[in-house]
Design a protein around this ligand. Structure first.
Ligand code: NDP
Length: 483
């Protein structure tokens, strides 16, 4: 006898009489359309996938907590950072960028590092990468850039020609290209890498005073990387190597942790700093703006269900809480639209109501209806604002901080175009062994490029970063540095 709990039912809750044999006309069939249980099973199965993310499709996630270790309430009124010892539950999703859902983990690619803090004043998402900078600095270039990382429209193969053509014509990418081609381009595990908010954000304190901030998650496991030959071998044997490592570490109680630090810049410095502090292809030197500890993130619980928690997790740099605002960074501004828009398309208009995405505090607003609205949809409560029925109202103290803007509305290029100093600083910071591996990796990656014109243009950028860097790559490719 089946108990109530283990009685198999249809999706509408009726008991299923036979889950092994379709209803047929006679023992040999044909199958009858009146087998509604069969129809529902096949139809639901066809719809098991939501569209995979265009970028960051392959990912692994974990739950954990964030604990404040340093009181920075002088700089931000963000409630979850308000006192030492305060713990906030969080969820993280790590990912590669270019590969599809089933692609190998151990490829050379930046890693997404997306954190959702379930604070008492709403969710705060920090949606960064394992690199402090990015390839481009204006969102208008993003679809073109990603096309170069994806597959050729005819061959359906990856296309080094497009990759280096785009990079060589977008020299702002040089810094990120140098990081990507360095040893850190293939982390040993998701636990052995840093994370960065990458963009500049604004923190605002209870008095309404602001500062610019950049976030750094420093791995407590230490930075470790995979040699390219080892990574390639693992990719062939276990495409899910990083996913498995993270799951097993947490399952075994070996909880990975990161120290969260910030760099803080007074607002007025943005007018005079030698790099544009809102240009996401540049860092702020830590000699100018040293790291200040904020807290510690610990991952201590695996998801129970990959689809419900990791695949349906939706992050956006626009998921902000009072005390944390955006900056004018043009790439960030584009992302403020693109992320929630991707989730509305991919998961649905009510994606923020799913358990993994839902704020832990009460969500009170006048949004109603939409596909898959699964709660009581506000019931009979007042559904417009302003109203005379005591519905939720705004709290002016939680407005974003105002700031001055001036100038012509126009599409204007950045006026800071030194893409070479910081890439060169990174090259000069590497040991001789690391430099040799960097050069070898770049030469290997550029060798298949068809046009010498593209190679020479890119060699010119490496040369401007550091003459030795450019020379060595030119030599490796059997070319000479262009005039
Ligand atoms: P610092 O010497 O103060 O800082 C150097 C930074 O580089 C540290 O964050 C260090 O992180 C990191 N680093 C060390 N080795 C490598 C490596 N092989 N690959 C990537 N990063 C590495 O100098 P600056 O702040 O003036 O920066 C100099 C250069 O360092 C920059 O041009 C940039 O390329 C790179 N960098 C800078 C960061 C920043 O926020 N300022 C962040 C990361 C890199 P750690 O010791 O933890 O490994």
């Amino acid at each position: 006898m089946s108990t109530e709990k283990n009685k198999l039912t249809t999706s509408w809750g009726a008991p299923v009489g036979d889950n092994q044999n379709s209803i047929t006309a006679g023992p040999r069939g044909p199958v009858l359309i009146q087998d509604v249980h069969l129809l529902e099973k096949l139809a639901h199965f066809n719809r098991e996938r939501v569209p995979e993310r265009v970028v960051h499709a392959k990912g692994a996630g974990a739950h954990g907590y964030f604990e404040v270790t340093n009181d920075l309430s002088a700089y931000t009124k963000a409630n979850f950072l308000s006192e030492v010892g305060k713990r906030t539950p969080m969820f993280i999703r790590f990912s590669t960028v270019a590969g599809e859902l089933g692609s190998a983990d151990t490829v050379r690619d930046p890693r997404g590092f997306a954190v959702k803090f379930y604070t008492e004043e709403g969710n705060y998402d920090l949606v960064g990468n394992n690199t402090p900078v990015f390839f481009i600095r204006d969102a208008i270039k993003f679809p073109d850039f990603i096309h170069t990382q994806k597959r050729h429209p005819q061959t359906h193969l990856k296309n080094p020609n497009a990759v280096w053509d785009f990079w060589s014509l977008s020299p702002e990418s040089l810094h990120q290209v140098t990081i990507l081609m360095s040893d850190r381009g293939i982390p040993a595990t998701l636990r052995h890498m840093h994370g960065f908010g990458s963009h500049t954000f604004k923190w605002v304190n209870a008095e309404g005073q602001g500062v610019w901030v950049k976030y750094h998650f420093k791995t407590e496991q230490g930075v470790q990387n995979l040699a390219p030959e080892v990574a390639a071998q693992i990719a062939g044997v276990n495409a899910d190597y990083h996913t498995e490592d993270l799951f097993n570490a947490i399952e075994n109680g070996d909880y990975p942790a990161w120290k969260l630090c910030v760099q803080i810049m007074p607002l007025e410095d943005a007018n005079t700093y030698r790099f544009d502090p809102f240009d996401v292809t540049k860092v702020w030197s830590q000699k100018d703006y040293p790291l200040i500890e904020v807290g510690r993130m610990v991952l201590d619980r695996n998801p129970e269900n990959y689809f419900a928690e990791v695949e349906q997790a939706t992050f956006s740099p626009g998921t902000l809480v009072p005390g944390i605002d955006v900056s004018p960074d043009k790439m960030l501004q584009g992302r403020l639209f693109a992320y929630h828009d991707a989730h509305r398309y991919r998961v649905g208009a009510n994606h923020q109501d799913l358990p993994i995405n839902r704020a832990r505090n009460a969500v009170n607003n006048y949004q109603r209806d939409g596909q898959m609205r699964h709660d009581n949809n506000g019931g009979g409560s007042v559904y417009y604002e302003p109203n005379s029925y005591g519905g939720p109202t705004e709290t002016p103290e939680n407005k974003q901080a105002a700031y001055e803007v001036s100038g012509l509305a126009d599409s204007v290029a950045y006026d800071h175009n030194d893409h070479f100093t910081q890439a060169g600083d990174l090259y000069r910071l590497l040991s001789e062994d690391e430099r040799a591996r960097l050069v070898q990796t770049i030469v290997g990656a550029m060798q298949p490029v068809e046009k010498d014109e593209i190679k020479l243009r890119q060699i010119g950028h490496f040369y401007k970063a550091d003459p030795e860097y450019g020379q060595r790559i030119a030599e490796g490719l059997g070319l000479s540095v262009p005039e």
